[in-house]
Design a protein around this ligand. Structure first.
Ligand code: TXA
Ligand code: MG
Length: 351
């Protein structure tokens, strides 16, 4: 299949360009588009044939449900039932934005989109291209991240092209995304909101709106724990992984730098290609030709934005071993460490 790649300026959306994407969605095809979190791979969420194509394009297990993207609150009422009062409050506080809510699904939503579950994931994205694509098409767009299953999520169109060129109908290049980590997922079907996947919207931000919020136990664990099954099916799979073997080093900054340098030197002497993930504050302490900075510790937002890109960049370089510093496990740092731990297959060295 030939994949059409078009560029749209999110500040001045070209209607003709956008309508060519709308047309594809109406015909049951696949369009990758930017959102404020990561690029999504979209199809008509109410058309089982269309969502099947998403699974095969990504190589995604069929029990891993999709998020349906909407552009107005009426859609929330159509796609879901018995929305809790606090669920509604969260939607009103954070939509459009990087929050996904898990709700009981209505009859309208096919099981092929929810992986057979009676619940459905819904999100109203704030990115102008995503928002307009939903609005103009009138389609409830089912969209997982636009990467091949298991690979780091795409934060720019080049990443989508790497994974999806020749496999889907269209890729909309809307430049680099803003946040760089997938949305926070909150299950609002029970008495208390439960975070199933940490993201840009932190527990503190949620609690300011609805009081007490809890975490799904599986996401707090720093180890791969086979006894605790995550409530978001997708969180159980190996994920975000670069091709090289990634190890996280945790401890005080000096010890971490020392240990990473030692490990890198050892692997280099064995003849392997090595990469080091540092920060603006520490990059100068490592060998120049193998280190990249992920962002600055002074602003965690830059680290979130840089994470998936740096993992892909080391893939492109052919790194066989990648060593990374770790980050504070609170607020946005929690989402960063959640992705990093999965990417590393939970391989941490404490130093
Ligand atoms: O930021 C995002 O959320 C991006 C953009 C494109 O919107 N999308 C995204 O989709 O990250 P995906 O498919 O890569 O991740 C969706 C996650 C998976 O872990 C899936 O298991 C979970 O949401 N999920 C979907 N429906 C669910 C449900 N009914 N109950 C529990 N978890 C659900
Ligand atoms: Mg994903």
């Amino acid at each position: 299949m030939e994949t059409k790649i078009i560029t749209i300026d999110s500040n001045h959306i070209d209607n003709n360009q956008l309508m060519s994407a709308v047309q594809i969605l109406h015909n049951g095809g696949l369009v990758a588009f930017p959102t404020e979190t990561v690029y999504g791979l979209g199809a008509d969420g109410l058309n089982p044939e269309a969502s099947k194509k998403i699974y095969s394009a990504k190589g995604r297990p069929s029990d891993n449900p999709l998020i349906i993207h909407i552009a107005d609150f009426e859609a929330l009422d159509k796609l879901t039932k018995d929305c809790s009062t606090y669920g509604r409050k969260l939607a009103e506080a954070f939509w459009p934005g990087p929050l996904t809510l898990i709700l009981n699904k209505s009859e309208l939503v096919p099981f092929s989109t929810t992986g057979g579950l009676d619940t459905v994931a819904v999100r109203m994205p704030s990115h102008p291209i995503a928002f307009e694509l939903i609005r103009k098409s009138g389609i409830y767009i089912a969209a997982p991240s636009a990467n091949v299953s298991g690979r780091p999520s795409p934060t720019k169109a080049e990443h989508v092209i790497e994974d999806m060129n020749g496999v889907i109908d269209m890729i909309i290049d809307g430049g680099k995304v803003d946040i760089g980590l997938e949305s926070t997922i909150v299950d609002v079907t029970g008495d208390i909101p439960i975070i199933l996947r940490p993201g840009f919207i932190t527990i503190d931000m949620l609690e300011q709106v609805v009081g007490h919020v809890e975490y799904d136990k599986a996401i707090l664990s720093k180890e791969k724990n086979p006894d605790i099954k995550p409530k978001a099916p997708g969180m159980k799979y190996k994920h975000y992984a670069p091709k090289g073997e990634l190890t996280i080093y945790e401890g005080n900054s000096d010890s971490v730098i020392h240990a990473i340098k030692n490990a890198a030197t050892r692997k280099l002497s064995e003849g392997y290609k090595v990469g080091i993930i540092a920060t603006d504050e520490t990059i100068e302490f490592y060998p120049k030709d193998i280190v990249k900075t992920i962002g600055t510790r002074k602003d965690e937002v830059t680290i979130a934005r840089g994470l998936f890109e740096i993992l892909r960049d080391f893939d492109t370089d052919g790194a066989e071993y990648i060593f990374t510093e770790s980050f504070d496990n609170n607020q946005l740092g929690q989402a960063i460490m959640n992705r990093l731990l999965k990417a590393a297959g939970y391989h941490i060295e404490k130093v």
